[in-house]
Write a protein that binds this ligand. Structure first.
Ligand SMILES: [Zn+2]
Length: 414
């Protein structure tokens, strides 16, 4: 029996609006707080949680950027001759994404999405490392670097495994008492919400399954650790998409030409532009100003959101649509989906949630990067108290040859 185990359960897209009126995990984690999210997609939110820093600092923001000099995708240009009926198919894209990921040795999540092969060599992909591992950030350290430096044994989910496999893996590590910190990552609710929307009857069974799993983890942990500090949290919520916006057709109808006068990435809720001449800039700005479903974000606002990049690496102009509007087709998808995130963090469905069995949530925990503070605090506490308890146990068992696992400082699952 060890003294304490902090467990952080990360449920992707389990936003405040999803759980606020449900009794979700009330008995397990009764203390709840609404958290502000980070402007961007999971590509921005997850690294922010894991590093305690904002996109302006860690520079993990949007996946694709205009960077022809560093583009690793040049060989894919040959595929532009393939018929669209093949190249726009999700199955083909997914297969090719896996192939490219292995060839280019990208360690994080990778998808070619719907970027046209004609223009693919203009772009670079910004998440080449896996933020769920040590050294996984574009800039600076994350929680796993901290745990390794401090010699704290931990468990973290492996994104390529299923939720159930990750559950089994952490239960094994808990039973063996070989960890002082656990981080579970479950992504399936996000996918479900994208497909069915935030009011579907399919949500409740999924939440119920998570509840049962969390209960199972807690029950197991309580047999091996005197105190289990449980945190369930998310990165953002999910808004239903009730209005589709074909921004691409509007931009492509202008005189300015993609690749010659400007470059653009159409994300699902944002369009990010880079300009090669002033005429194109003025024409596109004039066009965007006439689009009532969204607005151009001023530098001042991006600075407030802590997603302003002085080198304009992620785009010289950021156009953001209103909550509930979906840009489609976009470079992220050819067809509409029911719900999306990546709207303004102040929009109703953007807010994330933190639920815990701890009586107090510190007042300075207000946004998702602040979850990092709790992780560091609790990991330190576990290290201190588990080392203390193991020293005491060692003394009690003197001569018995028994070894505790508190000195086991290797990462258990990476
Ligand atoms: Zn998502």
């Amino acid at each position: 029996m060890k003294a304490v185990l902090p467990l952080f359960v990360f449920i992707d897209a389990c936003g405040w609006e999803i759980i606020k009126d449900r009794p979700f995990a009330r008995d397990l984690v009764p203390n709840r707080k609404r958290l502000e999210s980070v402007f961007g997609y999971s590509s921005a939110c997850v690294p922010s949680i894991l590093s305690g820093r904002w996109p302006e600092m860690h520079r993990n923001w949007c996946y694709f950027v205009y960077d022809p000099k560093n583009s690793p995708f040049r060989p894919l240009r040959a595929l532009r001759w393939l018929p669209r009926a093949v190249t726009s198919r999700r199955r083909f894209r997914r297969w090719l994404s896996r192939f490219v990921q292995v060839r280019l040795n990208f360690r994080g999540y990778f998808d070619l999405y719907n970027i046209p092969f004609k223009h693919i060599s203009l772009f670079d992909f910004t998440e080449k490392k896996n933020p769920l591992s040590p050294g996984g950030m574009n800039h600076g350290p994350n929680v796993f670097d901290f745990l390794e430096i401090r010699g704290i044994p931990y468990h973290v989910s492996v994104p390529t495994r299923s939720e159930k496999e990750n559950l089994t893996a952490i239960l094994t590590d808990i039973r063996a008492e070989r960890i002082d910190f656990g981080l579970i990552y479950w992504p399936e609710l996000d996918g479900l919400l994208h497909r069915v929307g935030n009011e579907s009857p399919d949500i409740q069974p999924k939440l119920h399954q998570y509840e049962q799993w969390i209960q199972q983890i807690k029950d197991t942990a309580c047999k091996h650790y005197e105190e289990v500090r449980l945190y369930v949290f998310s990165d953002h919520g999910m808004a239903n998409c009730d209005e589709l916006l074909d921004l691409k057709v509007q931009i492509e109808g202008l005189n300015a030409r993609m690749g010659r006068d400007y470059a653009v990435v159409f994300d699902s809720t944002m369009a990010r532009f880079w300009f090669f001449n002033e005429v194109a800039h003025d024409e596109i700005v004039a066009c965007l100003e006439q689009v009532p479903q969204g607005r151009i974000l001023a530098d001042e606002e991006l600075k407030k959101l802590r997603a302003f990049f002085p080198d304009r690496y992620f785009g010289e102009l950021i156009f953001l649509v209103n909550e509930g509007v979906l840009i489609v087709p976009s470079h992220m998808g050819e067809r509409p989906i029911r719900a999306m995130h990546g709207y303004h963090p102040a929009a109703k469905h953007s807010y994330a949630a933190l639920l815990t069995n701890q009586e107090e949530i510190p007042t300075d925990v207000i946004a998702i990067p602040d979850v990092f503070k709790l992780m560091i605090r609790d990991a330190e506490l576990a290290k201190e108290r588990n080392e203390g308890s193991s020293a005491w146990l060692e003394a009690g068992r003197e001569g018995s040859g028994a070894k505790t696992s508190a000195n086991h400082s290797q990462p258990v699952h990476l």
